[in-house]
Design a protein around this ligand. Structure first.
Ligand code: HGY
Ligand code: MN
Ligand code: MN
Length: 413
């Protein structure tokens, strides 16, 4: 298997997929249950069919391709990532992992590998949670953690629920539970992903062996005050939602910095309502995204936010609500599978390093209960979730060779 050939195939697939964006010329915007998602899924299905996989879309919008083994009833080896993106994101986050999983299936076929168990390629929908503020919808559905109630609960900025978005996309949200795989039917999960951080690129390392993925908690906070005239309302008579909210928001980064162990906390979205420059804000909505390898740290920062809201909002005379969007604990990945990949790196003389993932992935959802492993490739200048996100195609070729050797061992067991 020549690396140049592999590089060429991966490049061809990713260059095609780059076209399926709602913001051409300004990064990849491929949100779940949209035209762009449909275009990407159709291309992935065609590509999987061309290499002889049994292809289907499941009830949650995931695209699945099965390379059949002798005993399909044995727990399968599943590999994949997500085909959705953030807004104005990069061309590699998620989708390169789906293309790499297809390439691993190709290599297993071209090598004539004897498969005892199925090798299953998955393109997950809505890992990012960008549209509905949640996350891991497709992988969560496969694990049996999504139902019609969940789909009704979360809405996008236009007030469209996951439920209605699925219907307009051609899916029946009442059947989303059918996406669940039976207990014991998945033996291992493998995910290849860009690092999205600076470590491998700065240290000039080819392969990242991911030993743990941080836990994440995401909230949408709404602070309620009272709209008033910005000029005539004395400062001591206001119920200014911005005044109270910013006193809380401004403390959050320091609470993460104090942990001094890689814990991070981010307010990525703030919205004032009605949003007039001469109106005291009636309402402020803001998001919180807290991540750490240490779950106690996440809980501590979440609790400090609640206490600060109690204090500041009470002083302002208003009220607040907290909508919990995501709570997921950190996951340690399979040492056994990491060791196998480490040996492959040594054989191929690829430089490698063990490192944690500060980004969440479908592997975080699946790794809560199943033996899971991730492999990273370098991100140029550590940039991601932006149009300049870049990884050389040859990096994916090296990584798929390592993943193929792991998959070969697993499907033969
Ligand atoms: O937000 C994340 O960590 C990932 O990109 N979904
Ligand atoms: Mn992402
Ligand atoms: Mn991703």
């Amino acid at each position: 298997m020549r690396a140049e050939e592999i590089t060429g195939r991966i490049a061809e697939d990713l260059e095609t997929l780059k076209q399926f964006t709602a913001t051409p010329g300004n990064g990849c915007t491929r949100l779940p249950f949209t035209k762009e998602a449909r275009e990407a899924v159709n291309f992935l299905k065609k590509t999987m069919e061309e290499i002889g996989l049994d292809v289907r879309e499941d009830a949650a919008g995931n695209v699945i391709g099965i390379l059949k083994g002798e005993n399909p009833e044995l727990p399968c080896v599943m590999m994949g990532s997500h085909y959705d993106s953030v807004v104005n994101g990069g061309d590699y986050d998620g989708i390169a992992g789906v293309v790499s999983a297809i390439e691993v299936a190709r290599q297993l076929k071209l090598k004539g590998t004897k498969l005892k168990r199925n090798f299953v390629v998955v393109g997950f929908c809505d890992e990012e949670g960008m549209r509905f503020g949640t996350g891991y919808f497709g992988s969560g559905a496969i694990m049996g953690n999504r139902d019609a109630q969940y789909c009704k609960r979360f809405k996008d900025k236009d007030g469209i629920s996951i439920y209605d978005a699925m219907k307009s996309y051609g899916l029946d949200p009442e059947k989303v539970t059918e996406a669940k795989w039976p207990k014991g039917s998945i033996g291992n999960f493998l995910e290849l992903h860009i690092e999205q951080g600076p470590v491998l690129d700065t240290e000039n390392i080819e392969i990242g062996l991911v030993d743990c993925i941080v836990g994440i908690q995401r909230y949408m906070v709404t602070v309620l005050g009272r709209a008033d005239h910005a000029g005539t309302t004395p400062m001591n008579m206001r119920m200014d939602a911005v005044d109270a909210a910013t006193k809380v928001i401004s403390k959050i980064p320091d609470w993460a910095r104090e942990k001094a162990d890689g814990t991070v906390a981010t307010t990525g979205y703030i919205n004032t309502i009605p949003g007039g420059m001469n109106i005291v804000a009636e309402k402020v909505e803001f998001t919180v995204d807290i991540r750490s390898r240490n779950n106690d740290n996440i809980n501590d920062i979440a609790n400090r936010i609640r206490a600060a809201l109690d204090r500041e909002v009470k002083a302002m005379g208003g009220s607040y609500t907290i909508d919990t969007k995501l709570v997921i604990t950190p996951v340690n990945l399979s040492e056994e599978m990491l060791k196998i990949m480490e040996e492959s790196c040594k054989l191929h003389k690829f430089t490698y390093k063990y490192l944690p993932s500060g980004a969440g992935h479908d592997a975080l959802e699946i790794g809560q209960v199943l033996p899971t492993v991730m492999l990273f490739v370098p991100s140029k200048d550590g940039r991601s979730h932006c149009p300049v996100e870049f990884t050389k195609y040859s990096e994916f070729a090296k990584a798929t060779m390592i993943m193929t050797e792991l998959a070969e061992k697993l499907v033969a067991q």
